[in-house]
Design a protein around this ligand. Structure first.
Ligand code: IPE
Ligand code: IPE
Ligand code: MG
Length: 249
């Protein structure tokens, strides 16, 4: 069977793809299994999509793995997710090193269990020189808390006299987000049929193209990713201009 990969224009790839990996629980429920079974199977999709992005030459892949709001889930599910995270980082470190992928994290890392923080720090340290791709895990992350954190950082700098109120501009705000130095995503993918951003990258997604699919995250594979990229490449990104301006430019 021919792959949709052949239809992708590799000269017009999104540099940064962000994914809201949703639907693990429903996917498992349909099979009569526990929600945790769904999360475990979701890890396979993480591996497959990271590999596909690295093969294509996508530079940044951000995965929404655990939101600030997800702390309100039943304690058993939260604990299982933290254990799965710990195990996954341990197991996948080899793959990250082999594939020249740098691991980064955005979110309130300090709220994660100490064992997870230690494992993440080790993986980030060992992969920090890797160049092919950046995989960014959003953990204990929400867009509103990220912006609040940035505002506090800026207020502290102002108070210390390091900046003046007039220095506050969009780039200063960007520089104080967890994603400082990382280009904004051009493509946002959300699986499972939900059409909302659920507090994800509120600042960074200002001009992203949104792609929604009914496919549940554990079923999301390389071909599904290619479909999203092909759809992205068919869109006209106007950034407030008119179509005519884009063709004459
Ligand atoms: C996404 O799947 C994974 C996390 C939010 C951790 P869900 O767990 O939200 O699955 P559904 O949406 O209940 O099916
Ligand atoms: C968003 O999914 C968070 C992650 C994928 C980590 P949720 O399943 O938590 O979002 P809501 O609750 O349906 O908005
Ligand atoms: Mg969900």
């Amino acid at each position: 069977m021919a792959s949709l990969k052949d239809q992708i224009d590799t000269t017009k790839l999104p540099k940064h793809i962000a994914v809201i990996m949703d639907g693990n629980g429903r996917w498992a429920g349909r099979l009569g299994k526990t929600r945790i079974f769904g999360h475990t199977n979701g890890v396979k999709s993480v591996r497959e999509i990271s590999e596909a992005c690295a093969e294509l030459g996508v530079e940044y892949l951000t995965l929404y793995a655990f939101s600030t709001e997800n702390w309100t889930r039943p304690q058993t599910e939260v604990s299982a997710l933290m254990s799965l995270l710990l195990k996954t980082i341990k197991v996948e470190l080899k793959t990250l090193l082999k594939n020249d992928i740098r691991l980064r994290v955005i979110g309130d890392v300090s709220s994660l269990p100490r064992s997870v923080v230690a494992e993440l720090n080790e993986a980030m340290e060992k992969t920090k020189g890797n160049k092919k791709m950046n995989t960014i895990l959003a953990l204990s992350y929400s867009g509103k808390s990220e912006i609040t954190h940035a505002v506090k950082e800026i207020a502290n700098k102002l108070q210390r006299g390091e900046i003046a109120a007039n220095d506050i501009n969009e780039s200063l705000i960007s520089d104080n987000l967890y994603t400082a130095g990382i280009p904004d995503p051009e493509l946002l993918i959300r699986t499972s049929g939900e059409k909302r951003v659920s507090n994800f990258m509120l600042w960074q997604l200002a001009y992203a193209e949104y792609y929604f699919t009914d496919v549940m995250w554990p079923d999301f594979n390389k071909e599904e990713l290619y479909k999203a990229i092909i759809d992205f490449q068919s869109r006209e990104r106007r950034f407030g201009k008119t179509s005519e301006q884009l063709v004459t430019k």
